[in-house]
Design a protein around this ligand. Structure first.
Ligand SMILES: [Zn+2]
Length: 426
């Protein structure tokens, strides 16, 4: 029998705050707060989505806004983080980096600073209760003005070493060029935060290159379109920039036609570090373990390769040394559990499909041929056409450039993580 993936120790580096909420909790909170949820979030959940055109992306964001609106009180945020940590722990995730955009909550919670402090307190309590360490990534929004991103970067910098370990950039790549956000990323870089923008999800490899060149990304959210540019893939591998690949998200948003079309195998075999993530299970359905199941079932990853995926997630994290050591040792222990029959899954196993609804795996699915015998094809990912309404902001004067150590990884001063089991150490 293949080893159980829920007991494989791992780190989860791509999960958004609202998107981490349990569906049942969203429904309960909506009832408590007398909020009417649309059918796509109730009887038709998980919704059929499309992110490949602006209209579809807008609908996705609208559903996201409705989901976020059920978070009204501090106790709601505490519940979300507590349950997310419980779910992570149940899936073998010993370290979670959760992305939060405080500006989406500032009106309801009295400002971005009180909200971030609330999230940090809730994360600390959840970590202490479950044993899964939690760090926070403050994420700016590409569809808002870059000055807003600078404000968030300054906020993130204030809490660097106090629970915040990274700075991100999310939402629609078609609206808001990466370079417009460079000043914000320089602020975060000076604070020693990990730089983790989304890129190469909706747009092509140029978006990934812009994250590297303009934002000095340490990791990239998604980045799957990089596979279309062999030179870029080589660069990602050489510079050890981790891609946070989220297969269920790609399928749910129509970026990949099916889980087997996500270029996981190509990136992995090219030496690009990959950390699997669930992105927004509240809207897509599958959580973290399901991403490893896709790697096993749809891409033929052996248990040894799945263990390497888990190791890469830990190595790319901001987890403290003690947590990293424990998780890496746990991965070796998982591999030594038994011989396992890594590879061929039982025919009865199911794999998540578009929108998170399961479909039966082909009954006679076999292990893939050895790597060197497999043709190296680039899966056809759906890329978005340039947006006619792309926002172009006037470039504000950049702060003095921050000298960036020439080599990646490891030579740039990484944040010194200090979060261990609910206690921030300074
Ligand atoms: Zn994301």
């Amino acid at each position: 029998m293949p080893r159980p993936l829920s007991t494989l120790p791992k780190a989860h580096l791509h999960l958004h705050l609202t998107g981490a909420m349990r569906h049942s909790t969203m429904v309960e909170l909506a009832r408590e707060h007398a909020i009417s949820l649309p059918p796509a979030l109730t009887e038709d959940w998980p919704p059929q989505l499309s992110g490949t055109d602006e209209r579809g992306w807008f609908r996705f964001q609208r559903l996201y806004d409705v989901a976020r609106s059920v978070l009204r009180r501090p106790v709601d945020v505490h519940r979300l983080l507590r349950e997310a940590a419980e779910d992570e722990a149940a899936e073998g995730s010993g370290w979670l980096e959760i992305q939060a955009d405080p500006s989406g909550f500032e009106r309801r919670f009295g400002g971005i600073t009180p909200f971030l402090e609330l999230v940090l307190a809730a994360a600390g309590a959840a970590a202490a209760a479950t044993g899964t360490g939690i760090a926070v990534i403050v994420a700016a929004n590409r569809t808002r003005h870059p000055l807003d991103a600078r404000t968030l970067a300054r906020l993130a910098a204030q809490y660097a070493g106090h629970g915040v370990t990274g700075f991100g950039l999310s939402n629609d790549e078609r609206r808001g060029a990466a370079g417009d956000f460079a000043p914000a990323f320089r602020i975060a870089e000076r604070a020693g935060l990990l730089l983790v923008p989304h890129g190469g999800e909706l747009c092509g490899p140029g978006s990934v290159a812009a994250c590297l060149d303009d934002l000095h990304a340490d990791r990239i959210g998604h980045g799957v379109h990089a596979v279309e540019d062999p030179a870029l893939v080589k660069r990602l591998a050489a510079e050890a920039v981790t891609l946070e690949v989220c297969p269920s998200s790609n399928v749910a948003l129509g970026i990949a036609a099916g889980p087997e079309k996500v270029p996981l195998r190509q990136l992995f075999e090219a030496g690009v570090p990959v950390a699997l993530g669930a992105d927004d299970p509240l809207l897509f359905g599958p959580r973290l373990t399901a991403q490893y199941e896709i790697a096993r079932l749809d891409h033929g990853f052996s248990d040894a390769e799945l263990a390497e995926l888990a190791r890469m997630s830990v190595r790319a994290s901001a987890a403290p040394p003690g947590v990293r050591t424990r998780l890496l040792a746990g991965i070796e222990a998982w591999l030594s559990l038994s011989d396992g029959t890594s590879g061929a899954p039982p025919a009865a196993q199911r794999t998540p499909s578009r929108g998170g609804r399961p479909h039966a795996a082909p009954a006679l699915r076999r292990c893939p041929p050895p790597h060197d015998a497999r043709p190296q094809t680039v899966p056809a990912l759906r890329r978005c056409p340039p947006s006619p309404s792309a926002i172009r902001y006037p470039r504000s004067p950049s702060p003095a450039p921050v000298p960036r150590d020439s080599a990646r990884p490891g030579t740039r001063a990484r944040p010194q993580p200090c979060y261990l089991w609910g206690m921030w150490r300074h």
